[in-house]
Design a protein around this ligand. Structure first.
Ligand code: FAD
Ligand code: NAP
Length: 350
């Protein structure tokens, strides 16, 4: 443990800390310096310290969307800010503020127990609430941006706490201000959501979800609880549990192509899976990868999951170099077959 003076606060930094249990790939990665953030007041001190020492700082949540190198230089700051509070309530809706270090899934589950509805489609996504705006998490037809009213941040450029409106966050498909426009500038301390107090707003566009909900509900009208259970059931049946098989969920984003490109592909590949989006189409990246023969393939200690080709896995002892090499091979083969370049979804660090 080393004590570092950052502004007026003493920061307790540990050195040479293993991150193996703190990243969902389970990579054997070591942080040069490590700190747990339990109160927002630590942030100005931490950022001052990093700026004075010219050290990079990785803000870590649950480590479920990261591809870490064996050595992580500078400081790793794990966000452990806790707390959920109701900010306001109307007849139809409730506004809730959740601290960044809360578990995403436990928050969704707790909100459902209170009768606060609207996040059920996003159940069982690993990680923290603070990371949820970073890639505007989405699943089964709902995105974070559909429910967010404000994001509380520490702005490292202006050295001040502030809050951003949803439009300032520039949310888009698996992306935001925090991920690609101004990465590293803002540290998210809390997120505010507007949720429904009645159950008339269920989103059931995805066929598999509709079917599973119908099975669970039986002769009853589908409720938010049925929806939550259906999402959990579907995800448990299709996705590897990172505790047993390291992974970061979908490794690539679904590519967006023009209508003309979609028509040309559809003529050659009649069973291509795609969905209209805006003026063009969203292609199912998992289908493209599977069509190139990657499903279930092993490469050194890593590989492509045998039940969902969009998920790359660590079979044990794999590392960033192997995953990156596999990802590049997949990108190249998909490009050669379809003329579409897949973009990785998790962040490589450093
Ligand atoms: P981390 O991996 O710790 O960090 C991710 C990024 O956010 C990093 O750049 C980090 O620096 C930054 N960050 C983290 N916390 C903060 C903060 N407080 N302030 C500023 N920056 C921060 N994603 C989906 O969108 N939909 C899914 O359905 C989905 N399913 C998944 C299923 C599995 C099995 C797995 C392993 C992953 C899945 N993911 C999914 C990806 C991942 O869970 C999400 O992106 C999640 O929001 C990442 O949270 P985290 O706390 O683990 O973030
Ligand atoms: P799925 O239901 O088998 O669908 C395959 C793909 O088709 C998905 O990528 C989805 O796009 C798209 N899709 C299916 N039905 C659609 C509809 N009615 N309208 C628009 N697009 C549709 O996918 P899955 O692998 O089992 O995953 C289920 C959900 O969980 C998806 O929303 C997926 O994004 C999410 N998920 C995300 C991650 C991650 O790490 N990002 C990991 C696991 C699961 P979308 O991906 O755009 O929804």
């Amino acid at each position: 443990m080393v004590g570092a003076a950052g502004g007026s606060l003493m920061l307790e930094l540990q050195t040479q800390v293993s991150l193996q249990a703190l990243n969902s790939f389970g990579f054997n990665s070591v942080a040069e310096r490590y700190i747990e953030l339990t109160q927002p007041a630590q942030l100005p001190a931490l950022i001052d310290y990093c700026q004075e020492q010219v050290l990079p700082c990785l803000i870590l949540g649950g480590g479920s969307n990261l591809v870490l190198s064996a050595r992580v230089p500078g400081v790793v700051a794990r966000v452990r800010l806790r707390g959920i509070e109701v900010v306001s309530r109307s007849q139809q809706t409730v506004r809730v503020r959740v601290a960044a270090g809360e578990s995403w899934h436990e928050t969704v589950s707790w909100l459902l127990d209170q009768g606060f509805y609207g996040l059920e489609n996003l159940a069982l996504i690993p990680g923290t609430v603070g990371a949820s705006p970073v890639q505007n998490i989405g699943a089964y037809g709902v995105e974070l941006k559909d429910r967010v009213t404000a994001v509380h941040v520490y702005d490292t450029l202006q050295s001040q706490f502030t809050q951003l409106t949803p439009s300032e966050c520039q949310f888009s498909y698996r992306d935001s201000l925090f991920k690609s426009v101004d990465p590293g500038r803002y540290i998210i301390t809390a997120v505010e959501f507007e949720l429904f107090l009645n159950s008339d707003h269920l989103v059931l566009n995805y066929q598999a979800l509709q079917e599973t909900c119908a099975t669970i509900a039986g002769s009853q009208v589908v409720t938010p609880r049925h929806l939550f259970d259906a999402v959990c059931q579907l995800r448990r049946s299709k996705l590897p549990d990172p505790v047993r098989l390291g992974n970061a969920g979908s490794f690539f984003k679904n590519p967006h192509v023009s209508a003309a490109k979609f028509q040309a592909l559809k003529q050659t590949f009649s069973n291509l899976v795609a969905y209209p989006e805006g003026e063009g189409y969203k292609l199912a990246a998992g289908w493209l990868i599977e069509a190139c023969g990657w499903k279930g393939k092993h490469f050194e200690q890593v590989g492509v999951y045998d039940r969902q080709s969009l998920v790359l896995v660590n079979h044990g002892g794999g590392d960033r170099i192997q995953i990156e090499s596999l990802a590049v091979q997949i990108q190249d083969s998909v490009y050669n077959a379809f003329g579409v370049r897949l973009e990785p979804e998790p962040r490589y660090y450093p």
